[in-house]
Structure formats: structure tokens, C-alpha cells
Design a protein around this ligand. Sequence first.
Ligand code: 26Q
Length: 846
Amino acid sequence: MKKNNCSKMTVSETKLAEMRTALCPNSVAGGRMSWQVDQMGDRIVKHLERMLAREPNSAALRDWCQADIYALRDRILERYIATQKAQHTSNCRRVYYLSMEYLMGRLLRDNLYNCELFDLNKEALHQLGICYDVMERQEEDMGLGNGGLGRLGACIMDSLATLNYPAVGYGIHYEFGMFRQEIRNKQQVELADNWLAYGNPWQILRAKNVQNVQIYGHVENYYDEKGDLRVRWVGGECLRGIPWDIPIVGYGAETVNFLRLWEARASCDFCLEDFNRGNFLEAVQEKARGETISKVLYPNDSSDAGKNLRLIQQYFFVSCSIRDIIRRHFTDGSNSWGNFPDKVCIQLNDTHPTIGIVELQRILLDEEGLGWDAAWDIVTRTFAYANHTLMPEALEKWSVPLFQRALPRHLQLIYEINRRFLEKVSRKWPGDTQKLAETSLIEEGPVQYVRMGNLAVVGSFSVNGVAKMHSELVKRSLFPSFYALTPEKFSNKTNGVTQRRWVNSANPRLAELLNRTIGKGWVTDLRQLCQLEPLANDLEFRDTFARVKLQNKVDLTNFVAERCKITLNPRSLFDVQIKRIHEYKRQHLKLLHVLTTYRRLLHGTAKNIPPRTFIFGGKAAPGYEMAKRIIHAINVVAEKINGDSRVSELLKVVFVPNYDVSSAMVIIPAADLSEQISTAGMEASGTSNMKLALNGALTVGTLDGANVEILEEVGPDNVFIFGLRAEEVAELQRNNYQPRQFYESDGELRAILDWMRSDAFDIAGEFNPVRCVADNLLDGGDRYFVLADYRSYVNIQDLISDYFLNAELWYSMAILNVARMGKFSSDRTVTEYADDIWKLQPLRQE
Ligand code: 26Q
């Protein structure tokens, strides 16, 4: 008598007694996790009772979820201990990945798969009266990132562990991660992401490895005992960094690495002094101030320059991490600085942790007493820098006065690094002041700025971009003189995504079809997907593939019905644009297409088109007004179209609120069309393009970022490329682009923009964002060439509609897309980093 009622989540005492005595001889998991269903169930109940003080019959679903995590964590920690011991005793080289962001999402499902305990766990819960699929939603998303860069960090950590590379990820234990987005009155509202409210059962406090960090203060000269002039940084505030470890389980659970996230606390010693002096309130205030440092993730994915707290966040986590790395180096059996760069490689995820370069130099000079050249040699053999953006506003720079106040000693060192570097520049280009101005670590002007990108290049042995095209632009447009000086530093590492999360967990139906068809090898070797190629025209396979897609679309339809109260037709073309809202990503170009389709339907000029569902998802930085207007405009248009009975059979528009990793896992498997329509030359790589194509969506895209390589892989017949190329964009930029010319010369575009600017989208008493977006395109210079690309975009969308009506053609293209995505696994990315940059060997434990 089994219960499998997803809505009833408690279990009776009798049922429990039954369960405890039941034998489940046929439920043994494979491999190293040889647990049985009843053991698993027992352990879950034990944690429910002993960690959460709950009886099964009074436990809430969240309690069950936490207890399940604790039960799994026990097993994971056995492997964690084994991995750490093996890495320690072999004194192997490790990579340290420093990132301000990790967008992990939920961990339970992936960790269960990786431990090969998913089915067994599901059955154990089922026997306890709990439906896993409902229960897992109780786990909070770990949303410690903005978008692509943070998710890349998560995918890379997954691949590192799966490939058995010795690695530690360092980041910040934000109390509040990426804000939760609600749509109220068609506009974005930001709410705090209180992800730790019920505790985080994955994290482990590492009290022994607390670090102390100094900020502010001033610099003093002094003579050391040998009579040499030295520098010391004194005064200021002292912070404590509390390390919380999150285990990172590789597929098969041979290796369990970890992510170490630092939480800021005020230093106890510091407070104690104040307490003793009787300054109780001051001490408490000081303590609160210290603790704001890890309070919240900056929700901008382009610059928020000049924010003191952001610089302090960067320095805080980098300093804690470097001290921790040094501590580990000297406890792993190394007793000298001589082999530090042989054992330690520090990868900087964009410029955000670049202050680490200066911090290591400072420690070596001021604390360890090394000379400049010896110290700088160690530093520049340790750091590697990955660039993720070319957008000028996203290139980090810090005003010198701000730097001076927060990190006076570091600023001194930056000037010295710069002085020595500019000597080299002068030797290479004697008398060329232009070159000096361009390469200097300091931008001159009414206020001076420290350029973090230049510092990262000078202080690293490796600089890479994240897609072929992007890496070329990094060399030729962003850092041309650095490239001329040290071409050997520069390389490309095209991004990838982990198929464990983006197929296995997110799309179990497709995963199962793949397993049945080509075996399970693709889970750790994505290139094996090429075995699907011959099946692109196999009727039976194509039907099954189409059925999987349809079922996923039904799931998304249910999700949207629940979240947005909008009814979708799962047979319509699901046209998806999911990413941060940004003008360069051009959600407003998509909106022009939505309105064009709508208008043609109203005019009866849209003949023989498939029903379409336009699906948007993404967050706007809270201070980015135009991005918020675009969200507002999408929702105004959506409301009008969805309420218009004349088009309800053919057209729906949905803005899915709070796009995050967990909603991505529902949307991506259901997409037919993947929108990758950034202005050419502006998207470093993109990674949703990879996730969507891997799940059988066809791409409509510009020749930008990794789209270029997707085209190379799938071939021109299996992707829809449109629009200006990067060189053409650059040419237009130079030659006085006139958006109005496109308005004047294209009747349909003119009609759409005029419509948007009319009273058609007015809502009494409310601001009209649709008009605002149109006005801005016409009169705001159109920096992102939306109007220039409109015609080419609409034309290719017409072609896409034709293709979609031919289901056989469409699905054979979709299958070929899946078959040819092998390159875009983060396993390939990580292997390239390990071979070419990190010089890292896997450490097997069997
Ligand atoms: C900088 C200064 C102050 C505050 C915030 C920031 C900041 C924060 C986050 C700047 C940039 C980011 C995030 C950037 C990002 O996500 N970039 C994306 O990285 C992906 C992975 O490489 C690429 O695929 C995308 O093309 C790129 O946009």
C-alpha cells in the first residue's frame, strides 16, 4: 500500500512503522552510493527528528526538504573529506577561481543525480508519503549572481569537480542575493532575496579558517631591524571573514570540491576595545557597519562605478581568499614562496577580483619581506584574467580619492606597478605619449581613475576572452597595445554550459530519450551527441523528440498559467528571449517584431502563419531606467494583445516574472526559438544561446559572441542569422548613423513606431512606456542600431514562421542542433583552461 499523493505531504504513524520494517531489496543505487531505499528513508527521518526537531507527521514540506538535504549531505561529506585529504597529501597544484558571483540555483536535484541517488531518494520519499518533485521547490535558489558571469562560475565549478580537477571557488556569502522581481502594475518591483531566512542546509561553517582583513587607515614609513626603509599600513578598521563552504559534487561523486563564501563580521578584538572603554553604542554601530559588507549583491551587470561599498566587497573577499590560499600552501607541505606559482593558480572572473594582484604583492613586500622583483615575479606567475565585456560602461575603474581612502597602501603599490610598467611601454614606443596614456593604469583627467582592466592585464600571465570573436576584439579593440607588448598572454576560451544541469536535471525527458538512444556517455562527454545526426530524418525518433518538446511546453504552459494567469497554446511557436534586460541585448527589437506581427494580423496581411507565443524573462538593474521602461512596455503590449479577442488564437505575449536559474530550467526545455539578437560586437559570448540550442531550440541571432561558433557548428542551414555584422556596426558608428533614415525609408517600421507613439497604448492617468521606448529609438541616437536591424530581423522571422509550419523540417533542424552542440559543454571549456592556462592535472581517487 503505497501513497503517492503529491498534495498530501504528511505520513501517518502506522505508515511510518510500516516503512521502517519494510524491506526494499531491489532498490540499491549503483556505484559508490550503495544505499537502500529504507536506509535512505531512515536517514531522512533521523535528520528530521534530530536536526529539525520534527516528527514526520507534523513536519512541513520545507522540513522534509531540509532533512533530505542533510541526509544527502552526509554522503557528500564523506567524499568531500576523501577528496580534500587526497589533494592535501599529494600536495598537488590547484586552481582558485575568484568570482564576485555564483548563480548556483537549487542544488538538491543535481547533487542527487551526481551521487546517483536520485531514483532511490525519490522512492524513499515516496514511501514516506512525500512527492519529490513538489518537495524540491522548497529549496531556495542560491542566487548569488546577476546573470551570465555568475552562472558561468557555477557551470565551471561543476565541470571542475566532474573532471576531478583540484579546485576551490571563492566568493562572497551575500546575505541577500539577486533581488526577487515582481511585476506590479506591469512594472518591475524589487524585493529582497532573503534566501537564508530558514538557514542553508548545504553550508558548513569553517570556524578554524576565519580571516582578518584590514581596510582604511594610512601608510607609515619605518626602518626595519636591518636599517632598511619599509612601509607599514596602520590604523583603520579590522574585519573578520567567516568562511562558509558549499560542497561541489562532481558527476559520479568521485571528487567533491567546495565553494568557500566569505561573510563579513566586525572584528571581535576591535569591538572589545570599545566595549571596555564603555562605548557600547559606538561598538555596536561599528559592528553593524562591518557587517554591511557582505549584506547584498550589487544587482548591476554593468558598471556601478564609484560605489565605495563595492570596492570594499571586492577587497574583503579577495584578501580573505588570498590569505586562505597562502595558509593552505604552507600547510600542504610547501615551506617556501619559491614554489608558490607552481602550486597555485588564481583565475580572476572578470576584473572584479583584480585587487588580488596588488594584495599578493603587498603581502610579499610588507609582511614577508621579499624584494620588489622577487615578489612581482611570484605575482605575475600566479594570476590569470578572463574578460567578459567590451562595453565601455562595464569596464571597471575606481576614482583615486576613493581608492586612497579605502586602500592607501594598495594605491601606492599601483603607482609603483604603473611606473615600472610605463618604463617598458616607453622602451617599446619611445616618445609615444599616446601609448603611455592608453596603457597607463591611471586614467588622467580632473579626477584620476585606476583602470582595473589594465591592472589585470599587467599583473596576469594570461588574458582570455570568452568566445572566438570576443577574444579577437579583446586583442584588437580593447587592449591593442598590451597585445603588441605581450601577445603570448592572450588567448580564447569559448564559454560552455554544464549538460548535467541544463539537460539532465532541467530536461529529464530529453535526457531519458538520449540515454535510450545513444547511451549515457553524453553526460560526461557531450561530443557523443553527434551520434544523433543520422536520426534527424528518422521518423520515429523525430516524433519522439517532438513529443518530448510538446510535453515540456505543456509543463511551461502550466507554469505560466500559475505564475502569470495566462493561458498558452502548447502547439504554438514558443519564441523565447531570456536574459538580463539591456539595450544592447535588444529586447525592444523583439518588441518591434511583436507589434509588427500583431499589426499584420489586425490588417489581415499575415497569411498562413503559425500561432506564436512570445516569452520574455529577465531582470533590469534597479537603477537602469530605460531597461525598466522596456519591461514596462513589454507588459503594456502584452496586456493589450492578450486581451484582444481578434488575435487570441494566434498571438500571446508573456513576461515571466523573476527569471532565475530555477525558472530557466522550466523555460529552456520548452523553447522552440532562441532569441540571440544583441548588436553585433557587444555580447561577449552569451550562454543562454548554448542552453537553448542544446535543448532543441533553433537560434535566431546576429553574428555576435558565441552565436558565431554556434553557426560554425550547426551549419548555416540550421540557424537563422540576420543583421549588421560587427564591422558594419563599427562603420555606422564612425559615419554618423541616422536612425531616422530607417524610419523614413521603411513604411512598416514607420507605421509601428508611429503607432507606438500614438495614444493607442495610453492607459488613463499612467505613464506610457511604449511611446517612451519609440521616442528614445528615434530621438535618442539608437546606440544599439535597433532600427538599422529591424527589416532584416522581421524578414528572417517571416522565414522562421514558414519553417515552423513544416514540422518535419523544423524538428530535423532541432535534432541537428542538439547533435551538434557537443562543443558547448563547460567540460570542454574547463579542459582548455586546465591545459593551456592553469596547467592543471586531474587528481583521480580510485
Ligand atoms: C561592475 C562594477 C560595479 C558593479 C557591478 C559590476 C558588474 C557586475 C556583473 C559588471 C558586470 C557583471 C556581469 C557581467 C556578465 O554577466 N557578463 C556576461 O558574462 C557571460 C559569461 O562570460 C557572457 O556570456 C556574457 O556575454 C556577458 O555579458
